[in-house]
Write a new protein. Structure first.
Length: 232
């Protein structure tokens, strides 16, 4: 398949991670049921915003935090079901959408947005709000865990998103980042395909997903993963 620079997959094929540009990979990708993704918003990071965020590297962010092309967004819209976080930044490419999903971060005054918006075509026809605090020691989940990506979302948020896609088996995230959507898929027994073009975050996602698979096997019997073939 064109565009794949590296690949990692579980033995049963339920999780597949691809390193490369999604625009090059998507045309040859096997069938999936839905897309849940968080593309870069092109926020033009400013140096002062990084002083209290040691994980963030200003020069690095200037490189990856670029608004992706309308072509990539329109490729995602070709799927029957999708949830695109930051949809308000891509409104012209997305056009009409059946519903909005809103994440209220409950953070009060801070350097970043108080909430984030996803444009979606999923199992809801109205606006839904997920209230989940995501600020330092006061986070509602993942307390004490270091964020592995500058715009990392809570796993709980992605699990909430998957709740609006109850009949989907294989989930695609073409902007995988640190693999949060993949972790949510493991916890809910879904198949997952993730694409990431930055080698650093591809390796982080791979390690994080391996850790989650190990944790699932050690702590509890994992939910049954549907062993449906990717090819119809």
């Amino acid at each position: 398949m064109n565009g794949i620079k590296d690949e990692w997959m579980t033995e049963c094929g339920s999780i597949r991670l691809l390193l490369g540009d999604c625009l090059e990979i998507l045309p040859g990708l096997e069938k999936v049921d839905a897309v849940v993704t968080d593309p870069p918003y092109g926020l033009e990071w400013r140096e002062q915003g990084f002083k209290k965020q040691p994980i963030l590297d200003y020069k690095e962010a200037k490189g990856w935090d670029l608004l992706c092309s309308d072509k990539a967004i329109k490729a995602i819209k070709c799927y029957s079901s999708w949830i695109i976080w930051g949809g308000n930044y891509y409104a012209s490419a997305i056009g009409d959408c059946p519903s909005l999903l809103v994440w209220d971060k409950m953070t009060g005054k801070n350097l970043f947005a108080d909430c984030e918006i996803a444009f979606s075509r999923c199992n809801t026809k109205t606006t839904r709000i997920f209230r989940h605090q995501w600020c330092g020691v006061f986070k509602d989940s993942e307390r004490g865990e270091q964020n592995l990506h500058p715009t990392q979302k809570p796993v709980a948020l992605m699990e909430w998103c998957l709740g609006f896609l109850p009949n989907t088996q294989t989930i695609l995230d073409p902007f995988m980042g640190s693999g949060t959507t993949g972790v949510a898929c493991i916890r809910l027994g879904r198949r997952f395909i993730g694409i990431e073009k930055e080698p650093k975050y591809f390796e982080i996602a791979k390690r994080r997903i391996r850790d989650e698979l190990d944790k699932t096997r050690l702590i509890e019997k994992p939910k049954k993963l549907v062993q449906k073939s990717f090819v119809e």
